[in-house]
Design a protein around this ligand. Sequence first.
Ligand SMILES: O=P(O)(O)OC[C@H]1O[C@H](OP(=O)(O)OP(=O)(O)O)[C@H](O)[C@@H]1O
Ligand SMILES: Nc1nc2[nH]cnc2c(=O)[nH]1
Length: 174
Amino acid sequence: MDIQIDRVIMDEDQIQAAVKKVAGEIRRDYVGKRPVMVPIMKGAVVFTADLLRELSDIEFDFDYVDVSSYAHGESTGELKVEVNVRKDITNRDVILIDEVIDTGLTVDFLIKEFTKLGAKSVKTVVAVDKKAGRKIEIEADYVGADVPNEYLLGYGMDLDGSHRFLPQIVAIKA
Ligand SMILES: O=P(O)(O)OC[C@H]1O[C@H](OP(=O)(O)OP(=O)(O)O)[C@H](O)[C@@H]1O
Ligand SMILES: Nc1nc2[nH]cnc2c(=O)[nH]1
């Protein structure tokens, strides 16, 4: 597939500033609470590595889920759970980590799942927020930066597996 980059939405410095901002907010709210950090793979892989190294001065536990719903650049609206959480999250404060919130369907689904599993609280941190993309009413609790409602690549975001590890966040030509 021929992917043409249109423009850079966030460069590496802007991304790192966004990581530091949300890390500061999470540190303030969770120090001493030992939350369970749960990235939503695969897209969250890069943001998670940055965020959790930034938070290495507080205590937390770690697990991950692998959930996907996008194919060929579009939300199918159907969540496929490849790997579910294995840690016992009963009565635990959980922080879901994702690189982007768009329709909101992924985090909404997982918040409901984790609440059913007995979590004490489930909050969400995202690197970027496409607020205009929402299909349901839901907000992330910690947002690195707001971005336009265009299909983005890089910093974990892919198109059918391509461009996921681009260090910048870019928009592509339609
Ligand atoms: O708010 P939403 O519209 O639900 O979109 C956000 C989700 O979309 C992407 O996942 P994707 O389904 O592409 O799977 P991947 O993480 O494995 O690439 C991204 O990593 C988020 O998890
Ligand atoms: N790659 C990619 N995945 C997404 N999932 C939800 N929104 C996006 C996006 O803009 N780009």
